[in-house]
Write a protein that binds this ligand. Structure first.
Ligand code: ADP
Length: 190
């Protein structure tokens, strides 16, 4: 089983690339952002809880997010592997993921990061917001807060995975297919 963490700042293209990688490597795509949005759309208890955090560009509390991820992994016992997208987003989530996977005799095989400049990404998200109408993509202050959260909470994971010898970065700027190629080259070499 190969479990991969797809890593990168908001707007780096994780969701877009995940669509290709999940097919190519037969992985279950587990996007915390997608699960939250599904729950908000259907107005579930989880959706109601997550909404205020997400619309402010803040992280949903760890215990809620981690439980959701554990439930999603457990719901897919036949999976060949998971592609984690948007999780972990801070150290406590990364440690929780390692502990949970270890309890199931699984692990994170690699973390693959899509790299791009903040200014390029903020503009990408503003463009995406016009189509997606995601409330957290419409307001520039909210978008900028997501980068502050990334820098404070998520960026330390680079060192966490480097220390484990699991961190791989690719250039996230270019044609979509080109970037899929870069990611595949990393995964094929694991
Ligand atoms: P993006 O990568 O564009 O910021 P996501 O769809 O991954 O978008 O996430 C949208 C929002 O969902 C985040 O800004 C955050 O509020 C919430 N969220 C997603 N994943 C997590 C997580 N692992 N922990 C806490 N909150 C999360």
């Amino acid at each position: 089983m190969t479990n991969i963490v797809l890593f990168g700042k908001p707007g780096a293209g994780k969701g877009t690339q995940a669509e290709f990688l999940k097919e190519k490597y037969n992985l279950v795509h587990l996007s915390t952002g997608d699960i939250f949005r599904y729950n908000m759309k259907n107005d579930t208890e989880l959706g109601k809880l997550a909404k205020s955090y997400i619309s402010a560009g803040n992280l949903v509390p760890d215990e809620v997010t981690t439980k959701m991820v554990i439930d999603s992994v457990n719901a897919n016992p036949e999976a060949n592997g998971f592609l984690f997208d948007g999780y972990p987003r801070n150290l406590s989530q990364a440690e929780a993921l390692d502990a949970f996977l270890e309890s199931k005799n699984m692990n994170v095989a690699a973390t693959v990061a899509l790299e791009a400049d903040d200014e390029v990404l903020v503009n990408r998200i503003l463009e995406r917001g016009k189509i997606s109408q995601r409330p957290d993509d419409l307001d520039e202050a909210t978008i900028r807060n997501r980068y502050v959260v990334y820098n404070n909470e998520t960026a330390p994971l680079v060192a966490f995975y480097k220390q484990q010898g699991k961190f791989h970065a690719v250039d996230g700027i270019g044609e979509i297919s080109e970037i899929t190629g870069r990611l595949s080259a990393v995964i094929d070499n694991l």
